[in-house]
Ligand binder design. Structure first.
Ligand code: DGY
Length: 335
């Protein structure tokens, strides 16, 4: 009896990789850049399991090219890169890494909010450029965070944590979500409002929705036009939730005051993109969950999802555990 064969599309922290190596015959893609699609197809063609990243598209075509594949463990909470129905129809179990990155991501979203409001990166650039001559009454004036209105688009786990942080700054928090959360409204003093009203009233709009066909380009020209001229947009969800062209216009025309973006469309944002050079747009490279501890916990969950699937068990963080006992999950295990 051998070990199950798996392909891991990037080096992940040892909290997960050690478990994977102990249980599996694992091939790990060690480059900084993601494996090209042909490489994934080649490496996974006789694999029983796959650990994917948000940069890998895992669709029906790939699943059909990899006939032994019975589990896909995504090293991310977001799973817009996975075709879940395609997995379910083939009996392939799929999992993600929810929960462990919630607070780390909210910390970062709030840091982006603070940095954008108070022009921290512009200030640091100013010092590095040798421009700091004296204390200036009009130098790099920003907007206040305390007592401002935070508008949340999406009140899932990360949205709730963002609201909790905002309370510490005496902010008023309003939100829109397709699911109204009256329990959270009471617990954290939040106010529900239709999306248009959130956009009209908020000084900071922070996006916490998953990327779905419904949320693609949710922030478009019409919606930017509703925002206040002093408002700042924060996005730590997925880049395509915002229409980049509309955002650029809104920033350049003064329709809104600024943006703090952890995610962009495309990723990476090309170095010559105007968004990367606007002083009122702070762009960072999709690092909101990037604390050592959190990335280790994500790796642990990814490994446990993978191994559970290989053992023919429900994944601890499964996205389609209803696929268990169907299709490929019923293949005989020869390890
Ligand atoms: C996720 O997990 O979906 C984040 O975007 C990266 O941690």
């Amino acid at each position: 009896m051998g070990k199950p064969k798996v392909f891991v599309t990037r080096i992940i922290p040892s909290e997960g990789l050690d478990q994977i190596h102990a249980y599996c015959d694992a091939t790990v893609w060690e480059d900084e850049l993601p494996p090209p699609r042909e490489v994934i197809l080649q490496e996974a063609r006789d694999a029983d399991g796959l650990v994917s990243l948000l940069t890998d598209t895992i669709d029906g075509e790939l699943m059909d090219a990899c006939p032994r594949l019975r589990v896909v463990s995504n090293y991310a909470v977001g799973f817009d890169n996975l075709d879940i129905p395609a997995g379910t129809s083939r009996g392939i179990l799929m999992g993600n890494t929810p929960g462990v990155l919630t607070e780390t991501t909210a910390d970062f979203a709030f840091a982006l909010l603070m940095a954008s409001a108070r022009r921290i990166v512009e200030g640091a650039d100013y010092v590095r450029a040798g421009n700091w001559k004296t204390w200036g009454p009009m130098l790099l004036l920003g907007v206040d965070v305390h007592h401002a209105t935070l508008g949340l688009l999406g009140l899932g786990r990360i949205g709730v944590e963002m609201a909790k942080r905002a309370r510490g700054f005496d902010m008023k928090v309003i939100y829109y979500d397709v699911f109204r959360r009256e329990d959270m409204e009471q617990q954290f003093g939040l106010t529900y409002a239709p999306m248009e009203d959130v956009l009209k009233q908020a000084d900071f709009v922070s996006i916490h929705t998953p990327l779905t066909p419904e949320t693609h380009h949710l922030m478009n020209r019409q919606r930017f036009a509703l925002m206040k001229p002093n408002a700042v947009l924060i996005n730590t969800s997925r880049g395509p939730v915002v229409d980049n062209d509309a955002l650029l216009e809104a920033l350049q025309s003064g329709q809104i005051a600024g943006a703090g973006l952890d995610v962009t469309e495309p990723e990476p944002l090309p170095a010559d993109s105007p968004l990367a050079h606007l002083p009122n747009c702070l762009v960072v490279p999709h690092i909101a969950s990037a604390s050592r501890v959190t990335r280790g916990k994500m790796a642990d969950i990814a490994a446990r999802n993978l191994i559970a699937g290989l053992q023919g068990e429900a994944l601890p963080c499964g996205l389609n555990n209803d696929a268990l006992g169907q299709g490929r999950s019923t293949l005989p295990r020869d390890w």
